[in-house]
Each structure stands twice: as structure tokens, then as C-alpha cells.
Design a protein. Sequence first.
Length: 295
Amino acid sequence: ELGWPESVPYLDRPPSPLEFYREWVSPNKPCIIRNAISHWPALKKWTSAYLREVVGPKVVSVAVTPNGYADAVFQDRFVMPEERQMPFVDFLDIVEKKVTSPNVFYVQKQCSNLTEEFPELVCDVQPDIPWMSEALGKKPDAVNFWLGESAAVTSLHKDHYENLYCVVSGEKYFLLHPPSDRPFIPYELYQPATYHVSEDGSFEIVDEKTAEKVPWIPLDPLNPDLELYPEYAQAKPLQCTVKAGEMLYLPSLWFHHVQQSHGCIAVNYWYDMEYDIKYSYYQLLDCLTKAVKML
């Protein structure tokens, strides 16, 4: 069934494992779940003062860019952020505008950074989502912590994970495309590169010369260039806002573009997808899309 609703549906309670697998994971449909994390201490505790006290001067990884776009196409390159090691309190000073910077800062390292870099905060959430772990028969591969400025934007992409995205404070703004929109979404190959800070404080883009080219989506779904990518006019994006205390189930292989309110805090759980017939269908669609473009 390839017909998608015009909006992302809401659940008023967390489902049972069987219900969630049958109604959402198996048909690969997104939903927003309320009252799934209302018991988390983080919802009340994670104020700036608390984070300063608990994490404090500890050095953490922060993505820094001149324009807010990390892991995105810029100047015909796939440009990754500068990964800066800095005291967490210095990062908070920038987010809270106590210190001004022309650059954009975002805690977004996606290697289970909550457990690896912020273990002091793990006790305020959950190591996994029990009903999801039971539904899939596995624990999450990664649990990530996100905190950043409103200028930080995640470019359109997809992941090979079943994603439970939990907003602790603020709001996240998602633009979504189902996997069936693949024929209308452009991919091109780009030279990978990284932002580096020069001695005068400006950014330069340095090619990763030994790395293979990266397939990425050059299109901005908020302002698509339909003259360059006319097929995108046939795509049907869904947009939703995930508010504090809510959880988005973002199914594997769904394309997503993400923005946020300033200082938004979130935690997400990545569960590896099953490489089953849904994956095979997506691969077929991807191959057919590439073949048609070569005709």
C-alpha cells in the first residue's frame, strides 16, 4: 500500500509491542506518540542550570559550520562539519547568546554520544524503549543526544534505522518523504570535504582526497529548484512538528529534513532495520530510477 496520509497521525499512548510492529513498523508508516516519555526525569530536569552542573566543563564533540548545514551539499562538495572539542559550558554560552559567534554550533555526533560522551545524563532517560526493543527483538544500536541553535539544519537524507526521536524541550520540525518518492528525489555524487578553520577564524573547505565520492541529495525541499529538478514537483512531502514530551517514529528509509527551535534538546534511539522484502523493494525502486535517468 503506497498511499500515505496527508498528515502524520498521533497516538495518545505508547502501543503494545505487537500493535506497534503490526500497525507501524511492518507497513513502514510514521506516527507521533504522546505520553511515551512523560515519566522521564529529563523533561523537568534538563534545564541549562542542570546541564551546566552535571556536565559542566567536560570536553565534548561539537559540530561547527559557517552556515548551519553539516553533512550537506555546498559548492559542489559534500561538506562535513568541523568536529570541535570544547568544554560543554562554552558551548552552552554560545547557545544562550552569552558569547557571540558568527558560526553555528550543534551537538549532533551520531555515534551513541549520549552513552559515550554524556553518561551523566543517561539516568534521566531510558537506555532503550522497552516496547520497541520487544517489538524488534533487539536493543538500539545507538542513543544520541542533540542540542543546538535554530540555524542548525539537517539536509534531506535517509537512514537505515528504525528511529524513535524524542523531544525533551523545544520543538523539532520534520519534512518527510516516504521511500516511494525516491523517483522524484535527485541524487548526485559529490567529492567529500570538511570544514576547517583558518588562522584568521574563517572557514575553508578541504577535500578528503582519498575518500570515495558520496551520493547525496542536492535539493532543498523548503525551496526546491524545480527548473533543475522538475521531477520533485511530483513528490508529496509530509510536514510535522514534534513538541516537548512527544516521540516521532521515523521509519527506516524515509527521507527527512530537520529544523528546530533554538536550544531544542532531543534524544533519539536508532534500531537497525530488517533487510527484508521492504529493503529489497526499495533497492529495486532505486535501481529502476537510476536506469530510467540513463535512458
